[in-house]
Design a protein around this ligand. Structure first.
Ligand SMILES: Nc1ncnc2c1ncn2[C@@H]1O[C@H](COP(=O)(O)OP(=O)(O)O)[C@@H](O)[C@H]1O
Ligand SMILES: [Mg+2]
Length: 238
């Protein structure tokens, strides 16, 4: 069934993501994140900014449980994620929607199939999936790309399909990496409207970007990374 976002992660805490002194090193000697502590309340929309190489993508990958920290503790929904294995970890991942900077679409499948995947994995009804895919494609002005092979779409179209896939299953936590890198101003508005809808429905959203038009008038908290360190925090929590 379509659980409301935010109610389906383990635990009953009001905190969605907690990072305690988290570092990530890559061999031989890259410090991508350096002792980061960060609390993201359930239902927040948070922007992560910083220059290229600052550690934004690494931060999202750690929250997505796609990479493990070198040091420190990460909790999602009150549960330390390093203790999760097997079915529990798989279940958590089903509640996290990720739009990767490099998309990671299945290039030989259609736009619609790419968007449907997360819902199929969590056993949504076929009628629901069909309707949800059409709605998302409509909202992103991609209705006519429904049956097109993802590999044949433009970069901007692929970017929107990536976003639709990330939000499709109404995940409790949505992680979005540079969502508007290939988009013009109007298409950017559609993308931000879609994220705002997910936010209104209760999702916690983290957006990495260096497009200041996305967060300038949003009233959302903005955190800045610089060479793996957390610089400043501005804005208010919800
Ligand atoms: N898999 C990897 N192996 C080695 N170094 C990496 C890897 N991923 C990222 N890095 C390095 O970590 C730093 C942070 O990268 P990244 O998180 O991608 O930054 P951003 O997304 O802010 O541009 C950079 O110096 C980058 O080169
Ligand atoms: Mg990046």
């Amino acid at each position: 069934m379509n659980n409301p976002p935010g109610e389906t992660l383990p635990g009953s805490t009001d905190i969605m993501v907690e990072l305690i002194k988290v570092s990530k090193r890559y061999p031989p000697d890259v410090v991508a994140l350096d002792t980061i502590s960060l609390t993201i309340p359930r239902g927040e929309m948070l922007f992560v900014i910083g220059m290229s190489g600052a550690g934004k993508t690494t931060l999202l990958k750690l929250m997505a449980t796609m990479e493990a920290p070198s040091n420190g503790l990460i909790e999602i929904g009150g549960e330390p994620i390093q203790d999760l294995r097997g079915a529990k970890l798989a279940r958590l991942r089903q509640r996290i929607g990720v739009a990767y900077q490099d998309f990671k679409l299945l290039l030989n499948r259609t736009a619609a199939e790419n968007i449907a995947i997360s819902m199929e994995v969590s056993y949504k009804k076929p009628q629901y999936i069909t309707k949800r895919v059409r709605t998302l494609l409509d909202q992103l002005n991609l209705a006519d790309k429904h049956g097109m092979i993802a590999g044949e779409l433009s970069r901007g179209e692929q970017q929107r399909v990536t976003l639709a896939r990330a939000v499709a299953n109404s995940p409790a936590l949505i992680l979005v990496d540079e969502p508007t890198g290939n988009l013009d101003a109007i298409t950017t508005e559609w993308v931000m409207k879609l994220l705002a809808n997910s936010h209104k429905a209760g999702a916690t959203i983290v957006i990495a970007t260096h497009d200041d038009s996305l967060y300038r008038d949003s009233g959302c908290r903005v955190i800045e990374l610089h060479k793996g360190n957390l610089l400043g925090i501005s804005g208010e929590r919800p």
